[in-house]
Design a protein around this ligand. Structure first.
Ligand SMILES: C[S@@+](CC[C@H](N)C(=O)[O-])C[C@H]1O[C@@H](n2cnc3c(N)ncnc32)[C@H](O)[C@@H]1O
Length: 213
């Protein structure tokens, strides 16, 4: 399977893999309560978009299978080792979330965290998620989003957008992802908005939710 949508960077890819590996514990402490809520009752096989270095493996039961849609080769070594340590069977797909090559209506749960900020086309990713989910299947997500218009935090997100995107391989802090999920044609969407207290100010406006097909 080849992927022409994601362009791996030889320096920033490994830098981001190392950063998310080192900061994984801190991000998990910040996000744990939201993840526990939306990632409850996961089935034995889950598809994860942008699985990175394995931040969400701890929410899967040992013996379960993770179909990891992760186009960035810099993440793969750490992700494989983390899956082995967690006792999770890893089925790694080096493709983009916009085009997963998974069959129609074949999946019970698709999961993501901090990924829709980075994909090239979030609307297309949501169409793809809806396509691969079975009727009644769930998309469960934790994402960072744009602060409300006109607020100081929104202005900060605008000021830092270029260096932020450069450091974090295309990540945007300016996306209204609740609307993207809400407009994707799911039968039901439950979204909670909240604010983190972290030193990464532009990242602190967040949503977590469940969209049911
Ligand atoms: C900010 S990291 C988050 C990683 C992990 N989900 C976490 O919570 O730590 C964003 C991830 O999305 C991946 N990514 C970027 N563009 C993507 C795309 N089009 N499809 C799937 N994954 C993508 C990156 O390679 C990276 O692993």
């Amino acid at each position: 399977m080849t992927d022409t949508l994601f362009h791996a960077h030889p320096v920033r890819g490994p830098m981001n893999a190392a950063f998310f590996w080192a900061a994984g514990g801190m991000f998990d402490r910040l996000l744990r309560s939201h993840k526990r809520r939306v990632y409850a009752d996961l089935p034995d096989t889950v598809v994860e978009l942008g699985a990175g270095v394995g931040a969400n493996l701890r929410y899967l039961s040992p013996g379960s299978t993770l179909i990891a849609v992760e186009p960035n080769p810099a993440m793969h070594g750490r992700l494989r080792r983390a899956a082995r340590r967690s006792g999770v069977h890893l089925d790694l797909r080096p493709v983009s979330a916009e085009r997963t090559h998974l069959p129609d209506a074949s999946v019970d749960v698709v999961l993501s965290s901090l990924v829709l900020c980075s994909v090239g086309d979030p609307g297309q990713v949501l169409r793809e998620v809806r396509r691969v989910l079975r009727p009644g299947g769930r998309f469960v997500f934790v994402e960072h989003v744009a602060a409300p218009a006109g607020t100081p935090l929104r202005r900060l997100q605008r000021w830092v957008r270029r260096p932020w995107a450069w450091c974090f391989e295309g990540c945007s802090c300016e996306r209204d992802l609740a609307s993207v999920v809400g407009d994707a044609g799911f039968d039901r969407v439950d979204v909670e908005s909240y604010r983190l207290r972290s030193p990464f100010l532009p990242f602190n406006t967040q949503i977590a939710g469940v969209a049911t097909r």
